[in-house]
Design a protein around this ligand. Sequence first.
Ligand code: NAG
Ligand code: NAG
Ligand code: NAG
Ligand code: NAG
Ligand code: NAG
Ligand code: NAG
Ligand code: NAG
Ligand code: NAG
Ligand code: NAG
Ligand code: NAG
Ligand code: NAG
Length: 508
Amino acid sequence: MDTKIMGGLLWLFVSLNLGAALAIPYFNTTADFMKCSYGERGSLTATCVNANTTYFKSTPYRFDQLDETLVCSACNLKTLESGSFDISGNQIKNLQLSLSKIELLKQKAFVGLIFLRNLNMSHNFISSVYPGTFTGVKKIESIDLSYNNISVLSDDGFLELINLKDLNLAYNNIKTISSKAFNGLGNLVTLNLERNNITEISYTLSKLNHLQVLNLRNNQIEKLQGSEFTNLFSLLLLDLSLNKLNNPIIELYPNNTLKSLFMENNSIHNLSLEFLKGLHSLEILDLSHNAITDIQKATLLGLYHLRFLNISFNAITTFQTGVFTGLPYLELLNMSHNAISYGEITGVFSLHSLYALDLSHNKIPRLDYEALISRLPRLSYLRLEGNPLPCDLEEEMNTYFEADNFKFYLHDPYSNTKSCVLTPTKHSEKIIKETVPELDENRSAGMSGGEVAAVILLCIAYICLCLMFYVQYRTFQENRNQSPHRATSSVNLISAEDGRPGDEFLRE
Ligand SMILES: *[C@@H]1O[C@H](CO)[C@@H](O)[C@H](O)[C@H]1NC(C)=O
Ligand SMILES: *[C@@H]1O[C@H](CO)[C@@H](O)[C@H](O)[C@H]1NC(C)=O
Ligand SMILES: *[C@@H]1O[C@H](CO)[C@@H](O)[C@H](O)[C@H]1NC(C)=O
Ligand SMILES: *[C@@H]1O[C@H](CO)[C@@H](O)[C@H](O)[C@H]1NC(C)=O
Ligand SMILES: *[C@@H]1O[C@H](CO)[C@@H](O)[C@H](O)[C@H]1NC(C)=O
Ligand SMILES: *[C@@H]1O[C@H](CO)[C@@H](O)[C@H](O)[C@H]1NC(C)=O
Ligand SMILES: *[C@@H]1O[C@H](CO)[C@@H](O)[C@H](O)[C@H]1NC(C)=O
Ligand SMILES: *[C@@H]1O[C@H](CO)[C@@H](O)[C@H](O)[C@H]1NC(C)=O
Ligand SMILES: *[C@@H]1O[C@H](CO)[C@@H](O)[C@H](O)[C@H]1NC(C)=O
Ligand SMILES: *[C@@H]1O[C@H](CO)[C@@H](O)[C@H](O)[C@H]1NC(C)=O
Ligand SMILES: *[C@@H]1O[C@H](CO)[C@@H](O)[C@H](O)[C@H]1NC(C)=O
């Protein structure tokens, strides 16, 4: 082998690689690489690469009506000076400035963008929004400031944005919201404050009369007086999950239309009676991952339109059907991962709409599925896995529900292992027991003639009792002048459970 030739080749190889390695960073660091260009034909998008804050006005590129969207890519904007985008003839509607290393927004930074509708400044290092920042850009409808470094929302930062509908401040470091921080945002529809460090909201939101979606997920809120949200007349969704709430009160205006309330992963252990007062439009309520031990019927009474209720991962020990009978539209009840060891059929009314019940991962040792089904006529999906139920239950239930279109799970459907308890059960000591006579004749196991007569007699006595209560209730109402509920009192009947009037809505 000729070592000279080998050495020469090696030298050539190394120097070529070195040259290539040096060339790329050399070109990239020159200002020549700043460039604005039009995207594909018809894309209506111009892209500026590597631009700094003065480049938009000095670029040879001419902005016209085809540049609806301006995207900044690998830009290094640091300080957005006043009038950085005051480009003659521009009709930019969407400005995409995420990942552009912005640290500071000067007053009137966006002046000149008279067509601007959507502004995206996510993933930058902005630490504050000072008054005057948005002077001259009245038409803006959406601002994304998520993933920045904002720690204080000071007064009047968004004052000029009278048309703003969507403000995203998620993933910042906001601790303090000044009382006038949201001044001017009378048309705001969506406000996202997810994953900040907010401990208190007091009355900072009280002027947002058109707000429909408020996301306060993953903050440090400990207390709610209730009245914080009172003036949010239009609110449809409120997300307070992953906070530190323990005994919250949510109070909205009487004509509120709140449909979804998320409060999972808080420290709620006590549901006070005022907790959810007046949320009569609520359809979805998530209280999972809290420390609730007990649900009082009265707590849920006002939630007339509730459809989905999740109280999984709490510490509830009993399941009483009567607690939920004031919820005629309840479709799904999730009580998995609690400590339920005792179930009871209470109240006289069925849960007409309930089709899915999750009682998995509790401590239920026995189950009278017949009695349960009798009170839940629509039920077609029942989860029971993770309970110490007897092994023979499966066969029993398979036989009983053979003809029905009824799905039940006694074992984890996603695992092959089965677990059950090998103890003989007696029908007489079923854990779901009835405390009132059965009314649904079809489901109940055959009654003798005498039993039927007894039941009918009981029913008659019961109806008389109801009537007596009702008469008394009307008299009571008559005596109380100017009862505000008079107009609706004809819908209310008397609950058999505790004799208190107006507890139950009879909509058979
Ligand atoms: C230089 O620019 C090219 C093309 O724009 C890019 O692929 C490359 O990653 C850049 N190199 C550096 C070191 O920024
Ligand atoms: C932007 O880059 C140009 C060209 O390199 C330079 O003259 C100008 O000072 C820069 N502007 C800022 C604000 O850094
Ligand atoms: C803003 O830009 C980020 C990153 O490109 C993107 O994930 C986000 O969806 C954009 N926001 C809006 C409102 O379009
Ligand atoms: C974020 O803001 C804090 C002050 O609130 C500052 O100390 C920190 O350097 C900022 N971080 C970045 C990445 O700008
Ligand atoms: C929130 O504030 C606490 C101290 O008050 C701090 O330790 C924590 O890192 C902050 N969290 C975030 C997400 O900024
Ligand atoms: C609710 O009541 C408030 C105060 O009276 C009123 O301003 C608002 O328009 C009402 N909202 C609806 C949806 O009726
Ligand atoms: C909610 O809390 C549980 C523990 O209680 C935790 O396992 C779960 O990850 C939390 N959820 C989120 C989204 O952090
Ligand atoms: C729990 O709530 C009840 C009434 O709803 C109240 O009397 C009691 O003081 C509360 N307990 C705690 C520890 O907050
Ligand atoms: C609560 O249950 C509902 C329905 O069962 C489910 O869609 C939702 O994801 C659950 N919530 C959490 C936090 O897991
Ligand atoms: C009940 O909620 C848990 C989470 O909390 C979820 O994993 C489960 O799928 C839910 N059950 C149903 C029937 O939706
Ligand atoms: C009971 O239900 C079955 C079908 O599930 C039906 O054939 C039968 O007629 C019903 N009996 C009464 C008394 O309604």
